[in-house]
Design a protein around this ligand. Structure first.
Ligand SMILES: Cc1ncc(COP(=O)(O)O)c(C=O)c1O
Length: 488
């Protein structure tokens, strides 16, 4: 009798899962007697340690978490977050421990931030060393800042020959939009349905979702928004590749009917994060670049979340050799230390007068030292390559699950960033936001942290730190599989 790979994998995952629980409960008994602390074990990331961390179901929030969540409710506005009720205490690579001592495998990286893993020792040391020397000097240059700018420029396409170091992603996209208007002398900007570029007023004005703009009054004038290549829910009901990028072919008609003849710039994400990890088909971004060049439009690519190894290359534009005129970077550049950057062509930056744009904390020595350490770690541990390798493994395992779990509507991703679109069933594709919420909560109970995105709130965000191993990834996959079996 032939047993399919799928059944073998399922059986293997179940055996691993049961073994993990068994080993964990044995360890609990042992450590109760000997007071053994796995953190003192020099083989910190041995198989046994990985397994020990995979805990059986726990109650969330725990007692201490509940107390702090109450404090948060009393003193913090509810608009801040919508997460599983876990209060984080400390992190180690891909593992988080909450204030009650529960451990979780982190499939969020915060929000695609901690690319080098939580509290990587070299990252920590670099920050500590720098904190003892100098933390802020506003826009006076420091060795850390200028050498970081040089280092980044050398990693980027030739045309991006200057770097403006900033603090947040919104600051980088906001700066890009303003500089683009100055350089082109044109105020209209083309962006895309579902696009997310930050929550401050400029970036919000080019965002393409109600979630970002709801009831904030008129956005900045000059925004033109067009359909993105969201092929699972194509705006034009077409199918790729037969559509031949029909969504790009409609751009001229959209511009002709919405523009006042003052369009100067395009801003886009290479994949859409907030809208639900929507990956356009291979070639879409390159085709958009060509379309824009033919019309003499400036191209801003927002890689605030897709950069620093996340998709398997240092920058996602490398996959298709796209050369934007400006590139926004953030999140992973500091890997936990607030930092962002705007890379651009010097002729574009030259449209700004000296001192006309600065940032209180942008390029501060602490953040710059942290970013240097991030680049060192990326290179030394070859994290883009690991992202590609483990990402392919996870994607394949999810695709296997999809054959049996009918709520898994669409699975898409590149490197270690993926979206699992949760639907009522694969035939009707109806978004299932409540089920999505339940899955995320139940995974939290089993020790796995996940995030939620999507225009319909029905996409599970898969984005572990780039240091994750296949073995660790398998732990997350078995938890998700178990939860989908229970709920899906
Ligand atoms: C593509 C993109 N651009 C900009 C931003 C805004 O970054 P920040 O929250 O650091 O301002 C984000 C944040 O999620 C993002 O994903």
């Amino acid at each position: 009798m032939r047993i399919s790979n799928e059944i073998w994998n399922e059986a293997l995952a179940t055996v691993v899962y049961l073994a993990l629980i068994e080993i964990h409960s044995q360890h609990e008994q042992r450590s109760f007697v000997s007071n053994e602390n796995p953190d003192n074990n020099p083989a910190r990331y041995s198989t046994e340690r990985l397994m020990l961390k995979h805990l059986p179901k726990r109650t969330i929030p725990g007692t201490k978490s509940a107390e702090l969540l109450k404090l948060s409710k009393n003193y913090e506005p509810p608009c801040m977050a919508d997460q599983v009720p876990v209060v984080w205490d400390h992190g180690d690579r891909v593992w988080i421990t909450d204030v009650d001592g529960n451990e979780y495998i982190d499939f969020t990286s915060g929000v695609l931030v901690t690319n080098v893993g939580h509290s990587h020792p070299e990252h920590v040391k670099a920050i500590q060393r720098q904190a003892e020397r100098l933390m802020n000097c506003y826009s006076f240059p420091t060795p850390e800042r200028v050498t970081l700018s040089e280092r980044l420029v050398k990693l980027l396409p030739d045309n991006l020959d200057e770097i403006f170091l900033l603090t947040t992603g919104s600051e980088a996209t906001g700066a890009a939009l303003r500089i683009a208007k100055r350089f082109t002398g044109k105020h209209e900007i083309l962006s895309f349905y579902g696009g997310f570029h930050g929550r401050t007023y400029g970036p919000m004005s080019v965002s393409g979702s109600l979630g970002t703009r709801r009831k904030f009054g008129p956005a900045l004038p000059g925004g033109i928004i067009a359909p993105y290549a969201y092929c699972y829910r194509c705006f034009y009901d077409k199918t790729y590749p037969d559509c031949d990028f029909y969504c790009l072919k409609t751009l001229d008609r959209i511009i002709n009917s919405s523009s006042s003849g003052d369009l100067g710039t395009i801003i886009t994400e290479p994949y859409q994060g907030g809208a639900g990890f929507i990956f356009p088909p291979e070639g879409w971004l390159k085709a958009l670049e060509k379309w824009g060049r033919e019309r003499n439009l400036l191209l801003i690519v927002d890689e605030v979340q897709s950069s620093f190894g996340r998709t398997g290359k240092l920058f996602m534009i490398e996959w298709q050799d796209v050369r934007p005129n400006m590139l926004c970077l953030g999140k992973g550049i500091g890997s936990g230390m607030p930092a962002s950057a705007l890379a651009g062509e010097s002729k574009i930056f030259a449209s700004m007068l000296p001192g006309e744009m600065s940032s209180t904390c942008g390029g501060n020595p602490l953040a710059s030292a942290a970013s240097h350490a991030v680049l060192d770690i990326m290179q030394k541990e070859n994290l883009p390559e690991n992202s590609r390798k483990v990402g392919e493994y996870i994607l394949k395992r999810f695709q296997e699950l999809q054959k049996r779990r009918h709520c898994l509507g669409d699975i898409r991703g590149k490197g270690l960033v993926m979206g699992l679109e949760i639907v009522e069933n694969q035939q009707n594709r109806q978004p299932a936001p409540e089920l999505t919420q339940k899955i995320i909560f139940r995974c939290g109970e089993y020790g796995m942290l996940l995030g939620k995105v999507g225009l319909y709130g029905n996409v599970i965000r898969i984005a572990p730190p780039l240091v994750i191993t296949e073995e660790e990834a398998e732990i997350g996959i078995s938890i998700l599989n178990k939860v989908l079996t229970e709920l899906g």
